[in-house]
Design a protein around this ligand. Sequence first.
Ligand code: FES
Ligand SMILES: [Fe+2]
Length: 331
Amino acid sequence: MQATLPARLYGDPEAWARERGEVFARTWLFLGHEAELAAAGDWIATDVAGHRLIAVRGEDGLIRAFHNVCRHRAGPLVTGAAGSCGRELVCAYHGWRYALDGRLRAATGFGAAEGFDPRALGLLGLAVATWRGLVFAAIDPAAPLALSVAPIDALLVARGLDLALPALRRDHALDCDWKVYVENYLEGYHIDAVHPALAADLGGSDYRVRVEGDCVIQEAVGAAGSTQAGVWGWLWPNLGINVYADGAMIERMTPVGPGRTRLDYLYLGVDGRPPSDETLATSDRLTAEDAAICKAVQANLSAGAYDRGLLSPRHEIAVAWFQDRLGDIHR
Ligand code: FES
Ligand SMILES: [Fe+2]
């Protein structure tokens, strides 16, 4: 039986710094859907574990991603979650202008300076990959060999499911470490106690969890008449890919700081149709139920009485796998 990670790793600044560098800087990070970048100059931006990132469609039609930081004195190129910048990204601080491919076009009003070479001052670029319309970026281009979504892709093919078009973004602040929420997501063990309505809806189904490569797959099999059964895919280190017959919800569990997390939801719908009020209300209720239990768990992890617990070999194999991977960097 596997013991859990020690409580001190949840909300700890040192653990946070290590996870920022050794997890989030070394893997693919989900940014958004390519349909949100329909035209040249369209951009989306976000922060993940303190990495501030932007993706923009170039005049050549390619999507590129950069750190959202100007090479002059670290001003932001864009502010907000999405927009259009026309043909250039212009720094909000002193107005340096960058082409959509990241080259510095003009160090506006900088003045003559010896040794100043604008060609050496392009935006700091990231690797980009897309899968079924979803756009990912990687900070260390050498680290991730491939976007390892094959197990989820194969399952969507087997179930005849597709990813629809982006319809709605929503976010929810969580008072817990990102690991608390991810671990909660990676097991169905808590469904009966925390989500009674969902448990009733899934009644009689066989809840299965399995780990394949960098992915975890959860399914409720045989839930006759269930409205909420689907395929819950998850990609290391922080992305839920929840696919239902009538839409999907991409759920990034975004670390914001030690002990603070934000859920970034992107709902997908057929032809970009937003989810129904009923679907949204159900989603909000489930999120509120998980947020409340995760907040209470975080408070207990921080309180000092508890250090390590145990993981169920029947229900918590994906939690054990996740903690093993993190344990390797916290050793
Ligand atoms: S920081 Fe960007 S122009 Fe000064
Ligand atoms: Fe839950």
